[in-house]
Design a protein around this ligand. Sequence first.
Ligand code: HEM
Ligand code: HEM
Length: 234
Amino acid sequence: MLSQHDIQEAERHGRQVYSVYVFEAPLRVWHWVNALLMVILAVTGYLIGKPPPTLAGEAADHYVMGYIRFIHFSASYLFAIGLLARLYWAFVGNRHARQIFLLPFTDKEWWKEVIYELRWYLFLEHTPKKYLGHNPMALLMMFFFFTVFAFGMTLTGFGLFVEFRGAGGIGDWLFGWVVPLLGGSQQTHAWHRLGMWLMMSFAVLHIYAAIREEVLSKHSLISTMISGWRMFKD
Ligand code: HEM
Ligand code: HEM
């Protein structure tokens, strides 16, 4: 929150500054933990699909792939629990917490804003707009390349996981249908791997956009995901 002194100081320089509390603590903690988990999952997942050269000696002695898979599966459980916790927070948190789960598909004005933001990102518009929550273009990307994929990766991941464990048990009951539905183990691996590349492409664009908007837009971005406060400048 800005102090009265900060506001007066800004106004003396002809600027208006104010802050609004937007992202609550659970959402922010989830964002950073989730980002870290996704990096761990992408690196270990990449190595599962393209393993390092075989080492001499018994596999059980050095256990390289065993550790890589162990880290992938441990991070997977945390990722899935985090996703469920984030879904819960969409129900009990503030209205910004619901954004990435519910797109205003039928709102024509919102689609116009998406186009405006796209043009702004392409440097075709020169006046940045201010948003309290996510901007419409960012939200569209987050919904399709994070929310949808996060559930997709969890389903295909657990589908593959329960495949090793064989028929029977609660895991098989919950996820045993995924691998047959996608046409087999090889196909499920391929979809899971493609999901990793698409989510990582999103992450690259997302980080670029966060830094770009921090500099070019008229409100804070990265610090908002740290402190929760959106600071509007001018
Ligand atoms: C964003 C999340 C995730 C990413 C980026 C990711 C990435 C990957 C990648 C790239 C592979 C290698 C696929 C291949 O080339 O064969 C893989 C394998 C696998 N992942 Fe994930 N994964 C994620 C989440 C999960 C989750 C939630 C689970 C649930 C248990 C999971 C379980 C597995 C399993 C069982 C394998 C196959 C391991 C093997 O064949 O030895 N993954 N993952
Ligand atoms: C794998 C890495 C990452 C993923 C998957 C990811 C995903 C997301 C998601 C899903 C949201 C929406 C949060 C919500 O409403 O619950 C978000 C917001 C945000 N992320 Fe990330 N993030 C990643 C890394 C980063 C990094 C490294 C930065 C900083 C440079 C960053 C900056 C932000 C900011 C500033 C927002 C809020 C945007 C706004 O104010 O509208 N993210 N991210």
